[in-house]
Design a protein around this ligand. Structure first.
Ligand code: NAP
Length: 293
């Protein structure tokens, strides 16, 4: 069965819109900062802004030239941290080499870190605390599994890839003693030996390595669930995932397509985290804001 990420993302965005429409007073607001002329970043940011508009979330977008200094960008982040009408701050990566992306990520107020990359939120995620923000792509994958009622508890989840934005946080999330989690997780990477054997043991196989059509049918157990996170552009310009979809699909109980699988969920989770931040502010206006001195 095909997992329709576009449909689930639309469903979630409609739920967010309906909640935002019921709000009295100010609306939730996401600030998006883009630096330079990276074409992919331009597309991602415009999709995020469009999704905000459709859901009734205010988006405040800033675009700065490559020549902006780290100090200036830190100043912008600090200003947004202090702005009580801003619920979420997203600095689109990658940043120019002249700017330390880690420094910028750490300057964002953890209470507004809707990307979930700040070490405080990473720590909360690891500890299973629910008041932080989970990074959008792993959260989107967890949500897809939930919405399709795919059992995760007690299952063997094998994750290919250990990046800080997908593999590692996904492992940390799915291993928690929480609803929708409780998996037995194996994380594989480029040094993993007997990878085919490891994959064949998976009830749920999640592939996030950035290698076009890497996962072949002989690496997949009959009836497994396969989630393809990869986005790869072939020389032919075709967009493919990390899974050899055509040959893997017949063996799966569920599989995500590319495009239309995990991708749309990432944006839906960004909106969801922004609304979560808004709600937390409304419930506790005095909550800790601001990491700046
Ligand atoms: P990344 O930072 O490049 O990390 C790739 C990971 O894959 C590394 O851990 C690497 O292992 C592992 N790897 C590489 N070759 C391997 C192999 N032959 N066997 C096993 N593991 C291997 O990747 P990423 O940022 O997580 O992105 C992965 C893919 O997901 C990309 O195609 C990206 O575009 C896509 N993506 C999609 C979304 C979305 O919203 N749908 C979001 C984020 C990323 P080592 O650590 O040993 O090097």
């Amino acid at each position: 069965m095909l997992i329709d990420g576009t449909a689930i993302a639309q469903e979630i965005q409609a739920e967010i819109k309906s909640e935002v429409n019921r709000l009295t007073g100010r609306r939730p607001c996401l600030a998006v900062v883009r630096v330079g002329e990276d074409p992919a970043s331009k597309i991602y940011v415009s999709r995020k802004i469009k999704a905000c508009e459709e859901a009734g979330i205010i988006s405040r977008s800033e675009h700065h030239p490559n020549t902006i200094t780290e100090h200036q960008l830190l100043g912008i982040v600090h200003k947004l941290n202090q702005d009580h009408t801003v619920d979420g701050i997203l600095v689109q990566l990658p940043l120019p080499d002249s700017i330390d992306a880690i420094k910028i990520t750490q300057a964002i107020d953890p209470a507004k870190d809707v990307d979930g990359f700040h070490p405080i939120n990473v720590g909360k995620m690891l500890m299973g605390s629910t008041d932080g923000y989970l990074p959008c792509t792993p959260l989107g994958i967890k949500t897809l599994l939930e919405r399709y009622s795919i059992p995760v508890s007690g299952k063997h989840v094998v994750i290919l890839g250990r990046s800080n934005i997908v593999g590692k946080p996904l492992a940390a999330i799915l291993m928690q003693n929480q609803p929708g989690c409780n998996a037995t997780v194996t994380v594989a990477h480029s040094k993993t030996e007997r990878l085919r054997e490891v994959c064949l043991n998976a009830d749920i196989l999640i592939v996030a390595i950035g290698k076009p059509q890497f996962l072949k049918a002989d690496m997949v157990k009959e009836g497994a669930v396969v989630i393809d996170v990869g986005i790869n552009r072939l020389p032919s310009k075709a967009l493919v995932g990390d899974v050899d979809f055509e040959h893997v699909q017949p063996k799966c109980s569920y599989i995500t397509p590319v495009p239309g699988g995990v991708g749309p969920m990432t944006i839906a989770m960004l909106l969801s985290n922004t609304l979560k931040s808004y709600r937390q502010t409304q419930n506790s206006p005095q909550r800790y804001r601001g990491t700046e001195k």
